[in-house]
Design a protein around this ligand. Structure first.
Ligand code: BGC
Length: 370
């Protein structure tokens, strides 16, 4: 009898323990709040997004809210999986920079179904109403700054102009190109530049405003897909295809730093190119060194600290039950998304010290020959 009781109480204990464990795993897995804010970034393969991760970590060091950062490694399927993982951890706010703006719609629609507030980060998620807010840099201004840099640094006429662009799956690629075209088009039309590598751009050279379809046609010829290797291949192909009249002193619109360094290396190694001006953006460390060394002409500095502060500020307002502050809106093809936008700064050899070192963004010791 005594033995029986002992056995029974043991069984009871085991059962209670099992029930307790099941309840616990439901708490973490079933959405009762182990992570408040989920952050999904596109890839670790580009320094730009590793920079964002680091700046998020710095900003989150003394946050009262719990956060988790996941990378999608250039895959929309992985991105969706990441969002599901975070939903299972009970997030209330999702900050997401999509790999592909259209494809990310499914992931954020799942988040909305769970009552999560969605903030599109840097890149806009397109053609869905499941986006609540957008934090971004002024991407049209980025492209305009690149175009203006080329205009300001060439002389004469018929200067060969090589155009490159980002991935068509990224809405920003269109905004950058639009900004650059606004500035470059009048100078192509008046004969300052001669487009060297896009028959589509050449055919549209008298059109000040391009439709998305028209831009798609140009991007179809000159996209890098944000891939430095694709940029190398394209630049090599283009330089092989042209005659001596399209070499000499040339201008190159490169959409970001990763592709700019690749393209710059290709142009530098062509004996018939006597000089090149090449743009960039992101102020990646490797490109800052290129700028110091005179291998990349400029970059557009997008202070990621501001973007992170804005995104987290929005998330905290939402968690606190307030309405985040916005400064305008972007149409994503389905709805107008309330947005907070940040300005950008053009950096070249002259102001690199002031903007990137004196501002505390990077350490002087990270570079040579400053
Ligand atoms: C970002 C750029 C980045 C590019 C490639 C764009 O959406 O705005 O900063 O260089 O994607 O990752």
């Amino acid at each position: 009898m005594k033995k029986g009781w002992k056995w029974l109480s043991l069984t009871l204990l085991v059962t209670i323990f099992a029930v307790f464990m099941a309840a616990c795993s439901q708490t973490t897995g079933g959405g009762s709040g182990s992570v408040d804010v989920g952050i999904v970034l596109p890839t670790k393969d580009e320094p730009r997004w590793v920079q964002d991760e680091q700046r998020f970590k710095e900003a989150l060091a003394d946050s009262d809210y719990t956060t988790e950062i996941l990378f999608s490694q250039g895959s929309s399927a992985k991105e969706k999986e990441n969002v599901e993982t975070l939903l299972n951890k009970g997030i209330k706010v999702l900050i997401i920079c999509p790999h592909d703006g259209d494809a990310a719609a499914a992931a954020v629609e799942a988040a909305k179904k769970d009552g999560v507030t969605v903030i599109s980060y840097d890149r806009l998620i397109t053609n869905t109403d499941a986006v609540d807010y957008y934090v971004t840099f002024d991407s049209v201004a980025v492209g305009a700054a690149q175009g203006q840099y080329l205009v300001d640094n060439v002389s004469g006429s018929d200067v060969p102009l090589y155009l490159y662009a980002g991935a068509a799956s990224d809405n920003n690629a269109f905004l950058f190109f639009e900004g650059a075209w606004n500035v470059l088009q009048p100078k192509i039309a008046d004969g300052t530049f001669k487009v060297a590598n896009s028959s589509e751009a050449e055919a549209l050279k008298d059109k000040a405003m391009l439709s998305r379809d028209e831009m798609s046609k140009i991007l179809g010829q000159v996209t890098t897909n944000w891939d430095p290797n694709e940029a190398i291949n394209k630049a090599q192909t283009h330089l092989t295809a042209v005659g001596a009249d399209l070499k000499g002193d040339v201008a190159v619109l490169a959409p970001n730093d990763g592709t700019a360094r690749s393209i710059a290396d290709v142009f530098a190694s062509d004996g018939d190119v006597s000089s090149y001006i090449v743009t960039g953006q992101d102020a990646e460390k490797a490109s800052i060194q290129y700028v110091i060394d005179g291998k990349q002409s400029m970059t557009v500095f997008k202070d990621v600290r501001t973007l992170v502060t804005d995104a987290m500020g929005m998330a905290v307002s939402i968690l606190d039950g307030d309405t985040p502050e916005t400064t305008g809106s972007y149409n994503n093809g389905s709805v107008d998304v309330n947005a907070k936008q940040t300005d950008v700064i053009v950096v070249n050899q002259e102001n690199v010290q002031k903007e990137l070192i004196d501002s505390g963004y990077y350490e002087a010791s990270e570079f040579e020959g400053l």
